[in-house]
Design a protein around this ligand. Structure first.
Ligand code: TPP
Length: 578
């Protein structure tokens, strides 16, 4: 059977049962081999198939909020190499992507933005004579994003066009979905009242895996006119026992895994993720000081906080998919005398930039931001790369910024920021595995230098920071092999820069090279270039940074090659000028 919309249209709802079963088996096979957003996609098989049956894909507008549940859409809209290439360098995106297929209309990846696009689209279309339907698929967690709620606040009565909001309610965000909205969604009655008040008709489907129940619900949707919510209950991870039994995350996302046990196929012996240091450091700090609280916007596991949540549930706050509240809530905790530590991915920080500005830096509160996945995020692609944070954070007064070079350094950075800092501190770490020595936890060490001269030389000084530390060291090795005398200095404290130390360092070399995994605009290199000019140091400076464009998804080494900041690319440029 061809996986196409035509096949779906040609089958009855009875005939779609084996079709859905076949698709689910195919998904499981492929997820186990390639990894991906397992739980979310397995839970929406029947729902997406029924949406494609009920609507005209080529005429209606079907937009997925967040877009992580769009694998099936890709398969059924016959994109090449759907599974083998998703999230791989040069392959299909793991999210909805209008450049891949214009009928996706939108590039999703961040929660709540799809709802906004759909509300504004329907507002724009509703006075046009041609009736159109705008169908927005949104999860129960993404529905709580401020952006989604702001959009609903702006929805006016339907005209020629109407909005059909497909609320895929599985009770889960990445972890269990919490909050008052999720409680309201728990009952059809309270959900109906809420959506009626917001201007929607309401249809409830109690079992989103029962194709006949879905068919009946769609019939009701078609009978209504005006904006309509179809509230569909689904089971995240449906059909894969290890996903359904995963009480922590319903296998929301995983790397390639064994479908029988759920075990990941690849392990990294002796290394841990940078974010895993979060729990070690925060548990130690919380044991010593009960004012320490950890806050995360729906990213507990992704920020390594499971252990902290288990040990100190009363000091752990999952703000849901609400970055703005998560960051703003640091202020309330500070007023109450707590020491708030907010852990999130760099990609989602821009959504709450105003809170970092107004609620944290302007008010100079003692809050610590643990910003993971700074630099290239890898297979999640342009919506998730953290290559702008150095630029947009560096401009905020009062903020101290630290980029540790490994897990041990990161542990100390968290400890010092919580124990000794007086104002806001942002610590940026890459999406990478790193070393960590647990014995460090009991040692008291002298404070690290703001800039560490890790390797001395005479001709060229490579200045790197955090994420680029390992590339800088490899570059030094390659250039030293060519007979150059190269030193490396790691800028651990990115802001404020220790200019006296920096002056002392750079003036003992003939040339300076800055390597950063951040946009060239407004990053470290541009600050250093300006400073060297103002100080009249007369030293040549080479700057390697991410270009002024959006980089696609792919593995991180390929992205570094592509953007010219890998040690191999920089070496070619420095030695051969190419
Ligand atoms: C603005 C933003 N914050 C955080 C995330 C990370 N994230 C991806 S999916 C997800 C949970 C989505 O839950 P839900 O919308 O209910 O969909 P489900 O996966 O349960 O189908 C989160 C928090 C994101 N994509 N965008």
């Amino acid at each position: 059977m061809r996986y196409s919309i035509e096949t779906i249209k040609s089958l009855t709802y009875d005939g779609l049962r084996p079709f859905c079963d076949q698709i689910r088996a195919l998904l499981i096979d492929n997820f186990s081999e390639h990894g991906g957003h397992v739980g979310s996609n397995l839970g929406t098989v029947e729902l997406i198939v029924s949406m494609l049956k009920e609507f005209d894909y080529h005429r209606d507008y079907i937009i997925s909020d967040t877009g992580h549940q769009s694998y099936l859409m890709k398969l059924l809209t016959e994109r090449p190499n759907v599974f083998a290439s998703i999230r791989k360098t040069g392959g299909l995106s793991g999210f909805a992507d209008k450049y891949e297929n214009p009928r996706d209309h939108y590039i999703s990846g961040h929660g709540g933005s799809g709802v906004s696009a759909c509300v504004s689209l329907v507002e724009a279309l509703k006075r046009r004579p041609d009736a159109s339907r705008v169908i927005c698929l949104v999860g129960d967690a993404a529905m709580a994003e401020g952006l989604a709620l702001e959009a609903l606040n702006n929805l006016t009565a339907a005209g020629h066009s109407r909005l059909i909001l497909v609320l895929n309610d599985n009770g889960w965000s990445i972890e269990r979905n919490l909050g008052n909205l999720s409680r309201i969604f728990g009952s059809a009655q309270t959900s109906e009242s809420l959506f009626n008040l917001l201007g929607f008709g309401y249809v409830h489907c109690a079992d989103g895996h029962d194709l006949h129940a879905l068919a009946a619900a769609w019939e009701e949707v078609h009978r209504l006119d005006g904006h309509t919510v179809i509230h569909v209950r689904t089971v995240k991870g449906r059909g894969l026992p290890v996903a359904e039994a995963d009480t922590r995350r319903r296998l929301h996302y995983t790397d390639p895994f064994d479908p029988a046990t759920g075990q990941k196929r690849q392990t990294f012996e002796g290394l841990i993720r940078f974010v895993d240091v979060n729990a070690a450091a925060l548990c130690d700090l919380r044991r010593e000081d009960e004012r320490v609280v950890a806050i995360t916007p729906a990213m507990c596991g992704g920020n390594g906080l499971d252990v902290f949540q288990d040990e100190f549930p009363e000091s752990f706050f999952d703000a849901g998919m609400c970055e703005q509240y998560a960051l703003a809530s640091a202020n309330g905790h500070a007023i109450a005398g707590n020491i708030p530590v907010v852990a999130l991915h760099a990609a989602f920080l821009p959504r709450a930039f105003d809170q970092v500005f107004q609620d944290i830096c302007l008010q100079n509160i003692h809050a610590v931001l643990l910003i993971g996945r700074s630099g290239f995020a890898g297979p999640d692609g342009p919506t998730h790369h953290g290559v702008f944070d150095l630029s947009y954070l560096r401009c905020l007064p009062n903020l101290t910024m630290i980029s540790p070079r490994d897990g041990n350094d990161y542990y100390r950075a968290i400890r010092d920021s919580v124990e000794k800092a007086k104002g806001p501190v942002a610590i940026l770490t890459p999406h990478a595995y790193t070393v960590f020595s647990p014995e460090l936890r009991n040692q008291s060490l002298p404070p690290p230098a703001a800039i560490e001269h890790v390797s001395a030389g005479e001709d060229l000084l490579i200045l790197c920071t955090g994420v680029t530390y390992s590339e800088a060291m490899s570059l030094r090795d390659k250039l030293s092999d060519k007979g150059q005398s190269v030193g490396v200095a790691h800028i651990r404290q990115v802001k404020p820069l220790d200019k006296a130390l920096l002056r002392h360092l750079v003036t003992s070399y003939k040339e300076v090279l800055v390597l950063e995994e951040n946009t060239a605009i407004g990053g470290l290199g541009s600050e250093l270039a300006l400073w060297m000019k103002q100080e009249d140091l007369g030293l040549p400076l080479k700057h390697f940074a991410v270009g002024d464009c959006f980089y696609p998804h792919g593995d991180i080494p390929s992205l570094r090659e592509m953007s010219g900041i890998s040690h191999a690319k920089v070496f070619e440029k420095v030695v051969f000028g190419i």
